[in-house]
Ligand binder design. Structure first.
Ligand SMILES: NC(=O)c1ccc[n+]([C@@H]2O[C@H](COP(=O)([O-])OP(=O)(O)OC[C@H]3O[C@@H](n4cnc5c(N)ncnc54)[C@H](OP(=O)(O)O)[C@@H]3O)[C@@H](O)[C@H]2O)c1
Length: 375
C-alpha cells in the first residue's frame, strides 16, 4: 500500500520545509490539514507559496488539502466521509500545528497545543493502518529547570516561563501516556531562527523581536548572564533532521533534542553579533549610535519592562509582549543532551550549520523585509 502522510501545521515555518522534503524525497501522498481560519488557498497556490514547488502534475496529484481546525472534534473536518476515508488510509501522521505565541492566556494556549494534540492523537488511535506518529515539541518543556536536560526526561515541578512551554509540556505528558496505543516519536526543537543559506525567516518569533528592539534602540537591557548559551537552529537543517528521523529512522517512544548544543552564541555574543549584523546590513543605522543593551538581573529587567509598557506606545507594546515572555528563559541556563539524536544520526554535528556562519544573514533578512512586512 502506498504511504499516506497526514500533516498538521504544514504551512508553518517548520512544517512547510518538512512538507517540501516529503514531496521531493518520497512518493507518499500528502494530506495537508490546512487551518480553516488561516492562510490557505487551492492546491496550486499552496504548492507554490508555501513549498516553493512548481505546479508539477506529480505534486498536484499527490497533494490533498483538508480544511480543518485541530481544536475541534474530528479536527474540524466537516465531511464525515472525508474523515472516515482518512482513518482508513493514513499510514503516517506528522503533527506540527501549534500556537507558538508565548503570551497567550493559559486556556487559549492549552486549547491549541493540548486539546489540539488530543484531537490529532484521537484521530491517530482510530487510524487502522497507522505506522508512525511524529510530534514536534520544544526543548523548553523543561521550563525553569537548569543544567543537564536529558531527552528521556519530561516530568518536573520547576515551573514554566510562559504558557507556550507549559502547554507543550502538557501535550507531551498526554502523548507519553498514549505510547502503548500510538507509535509516537517526539522531536524537541530549541529556537528556529531562519534559513542557514539565505537568512530567510518565514515566521518572526520572540528572538526576531529582540533583534527588532535592538534595531529600534529600544532594548536597553536583557535579563540573564553574559555567557548564557542561546540555542539557535536553522529552519532548513531542522527540517532535514526531522525528515531523516521521521522517514528514515523512525523510533517510537523516543524523544530527540534537535538543538545546536555547544558552539551556539552566548547572550553577550548575540548582542555583539546583532550590532555587527545591523551595521553591515544598514549603514545609516550606525549613525544612530544606539548603546548596546546591558545584561542585568531579573528585578532590573522587570522594572524596565513595566515602565516601557506603561509608556503606552503600541509598537513597543507588541514587541515587548513577545519578548517579555521569552526573555525570562535567559535566567535558566541549560544543556540539552542529544544522545538519542546522535545514536540515530551520528553525523548530525558534522553537518550542523554553525549559527556564527549565518546569524548575520538572518539579521539582514529581518531588516530588508522589515520583519516580514515586505516579502
Ligand atoms: N519556531 C520555533 O522556533 C519552534 C521551536 C520549538 C518548537 N517548535 C514547534 O514546531 C512546530 C511548528 O512551529 P512553527 O514555528 O512552524 O509554527 P508556525 O509557523 O506558527 O506554524 C503553525 C502552524 O500551525 C497551524 N495552526 C495553528 N493553529 C491551528 C489550528 N487550530 N488548526 C489547524 N492548524 C493550526 C498554522 O496554520 P495558520 O498559520 O494557517 O493558522 C501553521 O500552519 C510547533 O509544534 C512548535 O511548537 C517551533
Amino acid at each position: 500500500m502506498a504511504q499516506q502522510i497526514f500533516i498538521t501545521g504544514g504551512t508553518g515555518m517548520v512544517g512547510r520545509e518538512l512538507v517540501s522534503l516529503l514531496f521531493k524525497n518520497t512518493q507518499a501522498n500528502i494530506y495537508l490539514l490546512v487551518h480553516d481560519k488561516g492562510s490557505g488557498g487551492d492546491k496550486k497556490t499552496i504548492l507554490q507559496s508555501f513549498f516553493a514547488l512548481q505546479n508539477k502534475k506529480e505534486f498536484m496529484e499527490r497533494l490533498q488539502i483538508i480544511k480543518g481546525d485541530i481544536t475541534k472534534q474530528n479536527m474540524g473536518v466537516e465531511s464525515s466521509s472525508d474523515y472516515n476515508d482518512l482513518l482508513g488510509k493514513t499510514t503516517h501522521i506528522f503533527h506540527c500545528a501549534a500556537s507558538t505565541r508565548f503570551d497567550l492566556p493559559l486556556g487559549e494556549a492549552r486549547q491549541i497545543n493540548v486539546t489540539g494534540t488530543k484531537n490529532v492523537a484521537d484521530f491517530g488511535q482510530k487510524c487502522s493502518n497507522l505506522k508512525q506518529f511524529g510530534f514536534i515539541s520544544t526543548a523548553y518543556v523543561s521550563g525553569k529547570r537548569i543544567g543537564i536536560i536529558k531527552e528521556n526526561e519530561l516530568e518536573h515541578e520547576a515551573g514554566f516561563v510562559n504558557t507556550y512551554e507549559q502547554s507543550k509540556y502538557e501535550a507531551e505528558v498526554f502523548l507519553k501516556n498514549l505510547a502503548k496505543s500510538v507509535p509516537v516519536a517526539i522531536y524537541r526543537l530549541s529556537t528556529v531562527i531562519g534559513d542557514s543559506k539565505t537568512g530567510k525567516v518565514s515566521h518572526f518569533t520572540a528572538p526576531h523581536q529582540a533583534i527588532r528592539m535592538m534595531y529600534l534602540g529600544l532594548a536597553s537591557m536583557f535579563p540573564g548572564t553574559p555567557n548564557y548559551s542561546v540555542d539557535l537552529i536553522s529552519s532548513d537543517y531542522t527540517a532535514s533532521t526531522l525528515f531523516n528521523l521521521f522517514w528514515n529512522n523512525f523510533s517510537p517512544n523516543k524523544t530527540f533534542h534537535i538543538t545546536h548544543g555547544s558552539g551556539s552564541l552566548t547572550l553577550q555574543e548575540i548582542i555583539d553579533e546583532s550590532f555587527k549584523g545591523m551595521a553591515e546590513a544598514d549603514s545609516s543605522w550606525v549613525e544612530k549610535n544606539y548603546p548596546k543593551p546591558a545584561i542585568v538581573s531579573e528585578e532590573a529587567f522587570d522594572l524596565f519592562m513595566n515602565s516601557a509598557v506603561s509608556a503606552n506606545n503600541p509598537v513597543l507594546k507588541n514587541v515587548l509582549s513577545a519578548l517579555n515572555h521569552f526573555a525570562h528563559q535567559l535566567l535558566y541556563p541549560k544543556n540539552f543532551f542529544q544522545n538519542s539524536l546522535l545514536a540515530m544520526l551520528p553525523d548530525y554535528k558534522k553537518h550542523l550549520p554553525g549559527i556564527r556562519d549565518y546569524y548575520g544573514k538572518v539579521i539582514e533578512y529581518c531588516i530588508k523585509s522589515k520583519w516580514g512586512k515586505i516579502q
